[in-house]
Write a protein that binds this ligand. Structure first.
Ligand code: FRU
Length: 485
């Protein structure tokens, strides 16, 4: 294996610029590159980081290992946008070149203070015996686009009771006080989150553990995010080590939330409902939210998972971010919908009609598109929508009127299907009969929003670019619109 420890911790600056240019060119011209998703110029993208709005601009960063499709020395790559749709490439903003982050500038969040974008992130350091030392570091974005670190770290050591798996601070303000919530592993190898507070967001004091009713739920909780929506308190986190049960927890790692009463600060009690997954697809992890200019709560996730190989790996890049979603609550239930700004991606209308499907319909062909099926009325039995279809390939979305189960099937999505050991179908029972389906399809991904955000599924697929069939089958009527993106 070429990915020795040395190769994984090699900094980008070690490479001659011409050599890196060649790699960029190789990646740029490789198959399955996205048309409208955030993807790395080279190497591996993972968690969204530092997502924040300031002064007319959204800032979004991601975890980045520049030199290959593996987890190595992590940087923060920076993007800006005016509309959450078109992202301007700002390059590497946070470089892991100081002692406390010598082995990676790990995940963290963004916040605005003194009219400047600030971040708080995890410094990952390995000592000579390869023992991990984590710290939490504050920084701010300078006008030259680089993050200036406020060293030494704000939280220099892990508190008693926790292992060195202590990371991913999410900063927020509550009644004039700064808080941060950190993903942790207790010494007994169970997952938790730990809260600190601060008056100035520079010097932080340990408050304690957030008291959930899940004291033993996996061995590590990564990337926590706490926020309030319509008077409810939501805790998002990505627990590791949950066994599959029924339709649930089918991926290698999970990502979901509690919805409950607002957390009682500073005593940290939290009354909440059961854990629910955010996405029932195959490729979704470590999401992060922020507040939009107009107060909407927006979520972006990593459309990928740790420890899974993907066909694009051999072209020296891996992964993308999901489309931004707006989170709302309806009668106490979370809804996730694509942000409304995404309609600006629509180019030609490829199809728009009231449609009666007697048996089968193939309205148009498309590779990169948005599809909206609304006012869907299925007479009986099963209804299927196949996309990216050809003789050999198809990605199937299926709804069963009897069981009210919706299934995404990528068994035949392409010659190479990732993570087959975790199965190639995912299902979810819907509470409302299926009436609306909104689909965003890119060169190597599909994101499905059901019933105006009741459920969402994201998946990477690796079909041939010539597999462009769209086929509806069953007995149904609906309004169908398909837009080229
Ligand atoms: C989640 C994660 C975080 C960590 C980061 C490192 O995917 O493991 O917990 O900060 O990735 O890249």
């Amino acid at each position: 294996n070429q990915w020795t420890r040395e190769a994984r911790y090699r900094p980008l600056s070690d490479l001659a610029p011409e050599v890196y240019q060649l790699m960029k060119e190789e990646v740029r011209t490789s198959p399955w590159r996205f048309s409208f998703h955030v993807q790395p110029p080279t190497g591996l993208l993972n968690d969204p980081n530092g997502f924040v709005y300031h002064d007319g601009t959204y800032h979004l960063f991601y975890q980045w290992f520049p030199l290959g499709p593996v987890h190595g020395l992590k940087y923060w790559y920076h993007l800006t946008s005016k509309d959450l749709v078109h992202w301007f490439d700002e390059g590497a903003a946070l470089i892991p070149n100081d002692d406390p982050d010598s082995h990676g500038a790990y995940s963290g969040s963004g916040f605005v203070k003194d009219d400047k974008v600030h971040i708080m992130y995890t410094g990952n350091k390995r000592d000579q015996d390869w023992v991990r030392h984590t710290s939490q570091i504050v920084g701010h974005l300078r006008s030259d686009g680089r993050i200036e670190k406020h060293l030494p770290p704000a939280i220099a050591t892990v508190p008693d009771g926790y292992t060195e798996h202590f990371r991913d601070p999410k900063v927020f303000q509550h009644q004039g006080t700064w808080y941060c919530i950190i993903g942790a592993q207790r010494n007994d190898l169970t997952g938790a989150t730990v809260v600190y507070h601060s008056e100035d967001a520079e010097s932080w004091m340990l408050l304690g553990e957030l008291n959930t009713r899940y004291p033993d739920f996996g061995y590590m909780w990564e990337c926590p995010d706490y926020f309030e929506l319509d008077g409810h308190g939501l805790l998002l986190f990505s627990p590791q080590g949950i066994e599959p049960t029924g339709d649930h927890y089918q991926n290698i790692f999970q990502s979901g939330y509690f919805i409950g009463q607002t957390v009682d600060f500073p005593n940290l009690s939290y009354q909440h409902e059961d854990f629910l997954e955010l996405d029932f697809g195959f490729d979704f992890y470590a999401p992060q939210t922020t507040l939009a200019a107009d107060g909407r709560r927006i979520l972006v996730g990593w459309m990928g998972l740790p420890d899974i190989t993907y066909p694009s790996d051999r072209y020296k890049w891996a992964h993308a971010l999901t489309l931004p979603r707006e989170l709302t609550l309806e009668q106490g239930h979370l809804r996730q919908n694509p942000v409304r700004e995404l309609t600006s991606l629509r180019k030609d209308t490829l199809y728009e009609q009231h449609l009666v499907v007697e048996q089968q319909a193939s309205p148009v062909q498309a590779e990169v598109f948005e599809l909206v099926l609304s006012h869907l009325a299925i007479s009986s039995g099963q209804f299927e929508l196949k996309v990216r279809a050809s003789e050999q390939e198809e990605t199937i979305l299926r709804y069963d009127t009897q069981t009210k189960r919706f299934t995404m099937d990528r068994t035949r999505s392409g010659a190479e299907v990732p993570a087959i050991e975790y199965g190639t179908t995912r299902s979810i029972p819907l509470t409302e009969p299926l009436h609306t389906l909104r689909l965003f399809v890119d060169r190597s991904s599909i994101e499905v929003f059901l019933n105006d955000g009741e459920a969402v599924a994201s998946a990477r697929i690796f079909p041939k670019s010539t597999s462009q069939g769209i086929v509806l089958s069953g007995k149904a009527t609906a309004h169908l619109a398909i837009y080229a993106l």
